[in-house]
Write a new protein. Structure first.
Length: 296
């Protein structure tokens, strides 16, 4: 009896599983019949492993259990490399460089078919060419040029990498030299050289300031001398004009006296103080008389 009940129970469970399994498969199929592509990506749809199509951001549908989706980022990505190289004067140098690159959105399916994804593309295509372009460019510059003019070195790497990456479904831009690591001895020599240059510049500035001060003093003295000369010239001109005026007045007065004798008498009358002379001379042989005694 117990064995019959056990068999019946097992049969019931089996029937239950048979009923539940299709429902479970249906639920799984429903959840596997759609996918969402987030912003900044495209979805590469694969059917039995073969890339068939690409979808833009949004909600999309696929065949459950047959189709799968691989997400490809189409936003800007950054790769950084640290590599050893040498300068034009054969000085060892370590360069830290970075590059930004972006997958062409329309070519994401082609990139996946040819390279299998972004990681594969970086490792097999981009990174080796980036290292090659950098190592070929750095030896064209001296160490001091690399420090003072990184832009020229960056432009050289950009041109070389653009040639290397031509024809690939990506856009490469914004290469940066993040750091330049030189031998410590060279860094010390640069610091000494820069210090000497700063001292020379300071001395030159001092000499220029002294020159300007001397020039200012000369200009001041020259202006003062010109001022004194102007004053002297004005005084001389004043004396000359005054003398000329006096001479003209005397000349006019002499002409007036000459032409009019009455003016002479008038002048004598104006000059008389009202006193009579103390002595007088007669016409004949008269004795000289003291008029003052006679008046007494």
């Amino acid at each position: 009896m117990l064995q019959k009940n056990s068999k019946f129970s097992q049969l019931t469970k089996s029937l239950s599983l048979v009923k539940i399994l299709p429902i479970a498969l249906l639920i799984i199929a429903i959840f596997n019949s759609y996918f969402i592509v987030i912003e900044g990506h495209v979805g590469v749809v694969k059917r039995f492993g073969e890339a068939k199509d690409q979808q833009n951001p949004g909600l999309h549908f696929k065949i459950p259990f047959i189709e799968t989706v691989e997400m490809i980022e189409v936003r800007t990505r950054k790769n950084a490399e640290k590599m050893a190289s040498s300068t034009k004067e054969q000085m060892p140098v370590t360069i830290e460089v970075s590059v930004n690159w972006t997958v062409n959105k329309e070519a994401a399916l082609d990139l996946f078919k040819r390279y299998g994804g972004l990681t594969q593309f970086e490792q097999r295509i981009l990174d080796p060419r980036f290292r090659s372009a950098t190592k070929d460019t750095i030896p064209q510059f001296e160490a001091e040029q690399l420090i003072q003019d990184r832009a020229s070195a960056i432009q050289g790497i950009e041109r070389r990498l653009a040639d290397e990456m031509e024809g690939f479904p990506v856009v490469v831009d914004n290469i940066q030299i993040e750091n330049i690591i030189l031998p410590q001895k060279y860094i010390n020599s640069i610091e000494i050289k820069q210090t000497e240059k700063n001292l020379a510049a300071a001395e030159e500035h001092k000499l220029e300031r002294q020159r300007l001060e001397a020039l200012r003093a000369v200009n001041t003295a020259d202006a003062r001398a010109k001022g004194i000369l102007k004053v002297a010239e004005a005084e001389a001109q004043s004396i000359l004009l005054k003398g000329k005026a006096e001479a003209q007045a005397i000349e006019a007065k002499a002409k007036a006296l000459k032409n009019n004798p009455l003016i002479v008498k008038l002048t004598e009358a104006q000059a008389w103080d009202g006193k009579l002379p103390s002595t007088m001379m007669g016409d004949g042989a008269m004795p000289i008389m003291d008029l003052r005694d006679a008046s007494k």
